[in-house]
Design a binder for this molecule. Sequence first.
Ligand SMILES: *[C@@H]1O[C@H](CO)[C@@H](O)[C@H](O)[C@H]1NC(C)=O
Ligand SMILES: [Ca+2]
Length: 351
Amino acid sequence: MAAAVSDLNMTRRRSFCVLSRRTSVSELVLRLVVVCVLVKQSFSDEPDFSEEFMKREYSLVKPYRGLGFSSSSQWDLMGTAMVMPDYVRLTPDQQSRQGAVWSRIPFVLRDWELKVHFKVHGQGKKNFNGDGLAVWLTKERMQNGPVFGNMNQFTGLGVFVDTYPNSEKNHDRTFPYISVMLGNGTLSYDHDRDGRSTELGGCTAMARNSIHDTFLLLRYFRNRLTLMVDVDGKQEWRECADITGLRLPTGYYFGASSATGDLSDNHDIVSIKVYQLTVEQTPEEEEEEEVLTIPRVDNMRQFAVEVEDEGMSGVQIFFTLLFSVLGLFVLVVVGLVVYGRWKENKRKRFY
Ligand SMILES: *[C@@H]1O[C@H](CO)[C@@H](O)[C@H](O)[C@H]1NC(C)=O
Ligand SMILES: [Ca+2]
């Protein structure tokens, strides 16, 4: 069904192009301006913060009373995670540890902001420490695995604070490196290559053994995800990644996890604060709302369509066949007429 619709769009776009070739240049320019203005409007930079407040039920803040133990707590602890008075320690600075903290409540907000105050510190010299921590908003929760202490082939968002360069070819980038990935249940995070092939964006952030407080911020509104960091003590957000057309279903769980291997660090979470962003929706956006089951990024799908496009689409095949049949029919009719005339001429010559 989706394929048929996109084929239709393709043919429509083509016919638009054919038409516009006949229109005047000034009309074309006008059209371009209109399109640009429309695009600019829909990507307008700041959300309308008409209402912004912390959602306590999804946040992890001091005092962490009963966290992970009390039935009224909204969080579960896993593995080596331990609650201290001023932070939740996911792993201590010891080899081969895994720890995590997971929200118990499925997250249902559409537009939101997430601020994570974290701390990575340890005895190891630079690049003799590992492996980092991850922040999650995924369908799955409370799983063990190879991705910073969480399962691979996860479904949803993963933000990695990667403190160890596993790939030998990564000399062009300085670690710690923070990156974003959107899992769809089949995509794999490749730990040996620091997740390069699945990364949607990222940046270097000197967030280990820092004398400053270190934060990361995720903002998701109108299907646009922005990742920002504040690690230099400047109280300023620096942009790290910006992805548009990212579609994330609701009902997922927040979490944070970490793992150490041969190399280690203390990986601490001081707070996870979730804010609701109220973004006024245009009627078109409300209409557009679809039932989404698998997360995806739009421009990646467009890329996939382009690749597919090299062969013939269903519509193209249909018209090719139709014209072939029509052509054949015309040939046969013309042939019959010519044959008839020839026969008649022959008969005339006899008499
Ligand atoms: C997940 O994404 C990859 C790459 O974009 C794609 O090949 C795969 O089919 C997707 N899986 C699902 C279940 O959508
Ligand atoms: Ca790594």
